[in-house]
Design a protein around this ligand. Structure first.
Ligand SMILES: [Ca+2]
Length: 531
């Protein structure tokens, strides 16, 4: 129910900023009413700037993939490059908070050790400040496009309204496929469930999984369930260009088994491509630990601490199966492995999770909603055992992985993501990101900037009413990690951070004016209004 619940002002038009911000910048008003040619010029300028950044001569890693790709096209054709281009395995769990894994302070404290994922963390880079969007669909949209979902019409899901990514968006899978990669997805999509919007319409060669979300697996267990008026969730599969076919009904029994099947199909896909010598991208969005948080029968009761702990044990085991297969196939040194989560923990009491050190659950702008576990391993390229508190955002993965595989980042639209490859491989200690806006639904609830966060709209629980603040609440995340003591009420001198934060907010708002967001419900084909 939760990932589909639209808690925020259903039916209200798009209002990216709270009203009090409208008065913040006179310049913003001027810009809003500027004549079209000026906007076009601005967009042209920004496109040129992005083009410049793409080809910027910097450390060898940045330009290397482009040179390799060009050399490849000239000399060998796209399939011959396979040997030296890394495979990418991107595992992601659902609604799994910062505080669950052992290496993030959970593990035995949560009733289940997580030895495989703790080991993975020791083998690569572990981030303590990796940030996502506050719900399933927006976070997956950010991952697939490198754009904040406010731009893509994917901030929320409303029943009865067409949802998901329009064809115009360029997905990570399309970027990988264009770079010569085999692309497979195994797991939960949640970016559209209509023809033209399934994973195999959006860049994946093969897909097995669920189009929407796991709470639907509960529906048929309700004694008054009426399939003639509600949805009957299904597990599906398809190949590129095909209409997906139904594998089986997604009920409580299938819910327990699905992550085992996702793992097996992932391994089959990796094996098939490794044996063929094709570089591959395996996107593996597991369904755990989304509610109903129920383990596979093999894990039921194994921890003695209940279903949630059993699921954590299974999550760790499934990651271990994929990692073992990578070793068995002899591709460990040439495979980038990422393991992360799409958003913070569940709040519903029966299935609640924990963000550990941070406060809050998903559907809010609190740190517990936004900070999730993130580890990346790339033997020989990414230093083992490194831990960093530098800010990285989900949108950064598109350009970062494009940099790693020689893929192309679109330059005809705003890409919010930043290529963090030089940070990941240790050519620099710092991330290139200062901060990011936090949208919850269609409104900016907060902005995070360095170790500071400003809340414009306060929301402490997904079940509360959002409170539009007359004066924003500013928190120092070092001295106040639980976001309980707004510094604006205790130490006015800290207000020195407000000018740079508001400048960043206004800059983001301007980018939405220059390139209007795609409204929720937009059908295909989408054509940008500026074209
Ligand atoms: Ca989720």
């Amino acid at each position: 129910m939760h990932t589909n619940v639209h808690t925020l002002k259903m039916g209200e038009g798009l209002r990216p900023l709270p009203s009090f911000l409208d008065a913040v910048s006179e310049r913003n008003h001027e810009y809003d009413h500027s004549p079209m040619p000026m906007r076009r010029m601005s967009q042209l300028y920004s496109n040129l700037f992005r083009l410049y950044r793409l080809f910027e001569v910097g450390p060898a890693m940045r330009i290397g993939p482009i040179l390799r790709a060009v050399a490849l096209i000239l000399a060998l054709g796209p399939s011959a490059s396979a040997q030296d281009r890394p495979n990418v395995v991107l595992m992601m769990v659902d609604n799994y908070g910062y505080g669950e894994l052992g290496v993030y302070g959970g593990g035995v404290l949560r009733g289940a050790e997580t030895p495989r994922l703790d080991q993975l963390a020791r083998e690569g880079l572990r981030l303590t400040n990796f940030n996502v969007e506050p719900q399933c669909t927006p976070s997956r949209s950010a991952l697939m496009t490198g754009r904040h979902p406010i731009r893509s019409g994917t901030t929320r899901v409303v029943w009865g309204v067409l949802y998901g990514l329009v064809q115009w968006e360029v997905t990570m899978a399309e970027m990988m496929r264009d770079a010569g990669y085999a692309t497979g997805m195994f797991g939960k999509w949640h970016l559209g469930d209509t023809p033209g919007r399934f994973p195999t319409d959006q860049g994946f060669d093969v897909w097995y999984g669920i189009p929407n979300t796991t709470d639907e697996a509960l529906y048929s267990s309700h004694p008054q369930f009426d399939p003639s008026v509600s949805v009957s969730p299904e597990i599906m599969e398809s190949r590129r260009g095909e209409i997906p076919t139904v594998v089986e009904e997604y009920d409580l029994e299938a819910r327990r088994r699905i992550d085992g099947e996702i793992t097996e199909r992932t391994i089959d896909f990796m094996r098939e491509n490794a044996e063929a010598g094709r570089p591959f991208f395996a996107y593996v969005p597991f369904t755990h630990a989304h509610l109903p948080t129920l383990p596979h029968p093999d894990f039921d009761g194994t921890t003695g601490h209940g279903a949630y702990a059993d699921v954590s044990a299974e999550i760790d085991y499934r990651a271990g199966q994929v990692l073992d297969a990578i070793d068995d196939l002899g591709i460990r040194d040439n495979t980038i492995v990422i393991w992360t989560a799409d958003n913070g923990p569940e709040e519903v009491a029966e299935y609640h999770g924990t963000a550990g050190f941070w406060r809050g659950h998903y559907f809010t702008a609190l740190e517990g909603s936004l900070r999730v576990p993130f580890m990346v391993r790339w033997p020989g390229r990414i230093e083992a055992g490194r831990v960093s508190n530098e800010i990285v955002h989900m949108v950064d993965l598109f350009p970062t992985l494009a940099g790693a595989v020689g893929g192309v980042v679109p330059i005809d639209r705003t890409i919010d993501g930043i290529n963090q490859l030089n940070f990941f491989i240790g050519e620099q200690d710092e991330s290139d990101r200062d901060g990011f806006p936090v949208y919850n639904g269609d409104e900016m609830f907060a902005y995070k900037w360095g170790n500071w966060k400003i809340h414009l709209i306060e929301l402490n629980s997904m079940f509360d009413a959002p409170q539009r603040l007359n004066f924003p609440k500013l928190h120092n995340l070092i001295s106040d990690p639980k976001e309980l003591y707004p510094i604006t009420e205790t130490d006015v001198s800290a207000a020195w951070v407000l000018p740079p934060i508001f400048t960043a907010i206004v800059d983001f708002q301007r980018s939405l004016t220059a390139e209007p967001p795609i409204p929720l419900g937009t059908p295909d084909p989408y054509v940008p209004p500026n074209e």
